[in-house]
Design a protein around this ligand. Structure first.
Ligand SMILES: [Mn+2]
Length: 318
C-alpha cells in the first residue's frame, strides 16, 4: 500500500491535502510535511469557513498561510489525501464534494475507529500519531526527510502524544523523535512554540471553565459545561478549549473527564479523556469516535440535556 500511495502521488496532476475539522497539531503538521514533500502540485485545505482559522499557535508551520479554506477551495483536484481524518463525516461541505469527485482518494491515519472510507487506505491504529504513520511511510520507502518535513512531523508527534506522555508512545516513537532531532529539529524551540505562546485570555478562560467543573460518582467523573455566552464573554476562539479536558483528567480521583461545548441550541460538542477505560465506547454511543484515552462526539441536544444523556452512559462504565 505504501508504494502504491507514493506511485499515486507521483502520477497525480493536482493534489488536495485535507486536514480534519477543528484542526490540531497532528493533522496540520502532517499536511505541511506532505505538501513539503510533494511540492507545487499539492494544495492544503484547512477545513474552516469565513472568519475562522486553525489554532494560531500553529501559524509557524510552513504553507499554512497559503492554505485553502472552505471559502476559496476549488473543485479541481484529481487526487485527495486525507490526513488524520477518522471518518468521512469529518470532511464537510464543499470538501466532501471534492472528495467524492476525485479520481483517487487516499486516507492516511492512526485512529483505530477509522473504517477506511477512501479508495486507498493506510491506517495504523496503534501508532501515536498520523505524523508517526507518515514518518514510517517515508522511512520504509527510503525517501529523504528534509529538515522542513522533520519539523512538521515533530509537531505532529509531540502534540498528539501530549509531549510524549500518552501510552501510545512506544520505543519506536521515541526513536523517531530522536531521528527527527538528528535531522536537525530544534526540539526545545518547537515545544516552546506549541505550548508557551498561549494568548492571555485563553489561560484566563481555561481557569474559569476549570473552576466551574462539576464532579460525580465520588469524583471519578468530572465535567465542565461551556455555553456560547461564556465563549462570548472571553471572546474565546474554538481552540481555547484545548487542554481543559486533560487538566481535569489530571485530578487524582478522576477516571473520566468531559468538556461539553454548546455549538448551537441543539448541538453540543463533547471532548472526553479517560485514565484506564476506553473512552471510544462512550463516544461511539453518540456517533463519535477517537482513541482509547481521548475521544469525542457531537450530541444533537442542548448543553443541559447532553450532559444528562452523557452521565447516564458513563455511569455504566464506572
Ligand atoms: Mn492524530
Amino acid at each position: 500500500m505504501i508504494k502504491k500511495i507514493f506511485d499515486l502521488i507521483e502520477s497525480a496532476e493536482k493534489i488536495l491535502i485535507i486536514t480534519h475539522v477543528n484542526p490540531d497539531g497532528d493533522t496540520l503538521g502532517c499536511a505541511c510535511a506532505m505538501k513539503s514533500y510533494i511540492g507545487e502540485k499539492a494544495d492544503i485545505l484547512v477545513q474552516v469557513s469565513k472568519g475562522k482559522s486553525y489554532p494560531e499557535i500553529y501559524s509557524f508551520l510552513p504553507y499554512l498561510k497559503k492554505a485553502k479554506t472552505l471559502d476559496n477551495v476549488e473543485n479541481i483536484y484529481d487526487t485527495v489525501i486525507c490526513l488524520d481524518i477518522a471518518s468521512v463525516d469529518r470532511i464537510v461541505e464543499n470538501a466532501r464534494e471534492i472528495f467524492n469527485k476525485a479520481r483517487v482518494t487516499i486516507n492516511i491515519d492512526h485512529h483505530k475507529t477509522n473504517k477506511g472510507y477512501a479508495a486507498y487506505n493506510h491506517i495504523l491504529g496503534s501508532l501515536s500519531s498520523t505524523g508517526e504513520v507518515i514518518y514510517e511511510m517515508f522511512s520504509i520507502s527510503g525517501k529523504k526527510i528534509t529538515l522542513e518535513m522533520a519539523e512538521c512531523l515533530y509537531v505532529s508527534i509531540l502534540t498528539d502524544t501530549g509531549c510524549f506522555k500518552y501510552e501510545t508512545v512506544t520505543p519506536r516513537t521515541l526513536q523517531i523523535a530522536a531521528e527527527l532531532a538528528e535531522i536537525g529539529v530544534n526540539t526545545a524551540d518547537i515545544a516552546s512554540k506549541c505550548y508557551d505562546l498561549k494568548p492571555k485570555t485563553m489561560v484566563m478562560f481555561q481557569s474559569y471553565c476549570t473552576s466551574n467543573a462539576k464532579f460525580e460518582c465520588d469524583d471519578k467523573i468530572v465535567y465542565t459545561l461551556i455555553s456560547k455566552e461564556t465563549m462570548g464573554k472571553f471572546s474565546a476562539k474554538d481552540e481555547y478549549t484545548e487542554g481543559i479536558c486533560e487538566l481535569l483528567r489530571s485530578i487524582k480521583s478522576v477516571e473520566f473527564a468531559f468538556v461539553l461545548k454548546e455549538t448551537s441550541d441543539n448541538s453540543t460538542k463533547v471532548s472526553m479523556r479517560s485514565k484506564q477505560k476506553d473512552a471510544t465506547l462512550i463516544a461511539k454511543k453518540f456517533g463519535g469516535g477517537g482513541h482509547t484515552r481521548s475521544a469525542g462526539c457531537t450530541i444533537k441536544k442542548s448543553l443541559n440535556q447532553s450532559i444528562l444523556c452523557l452521565l447516564d452512559e458513563v455511569r455504566k462504565y464506572i
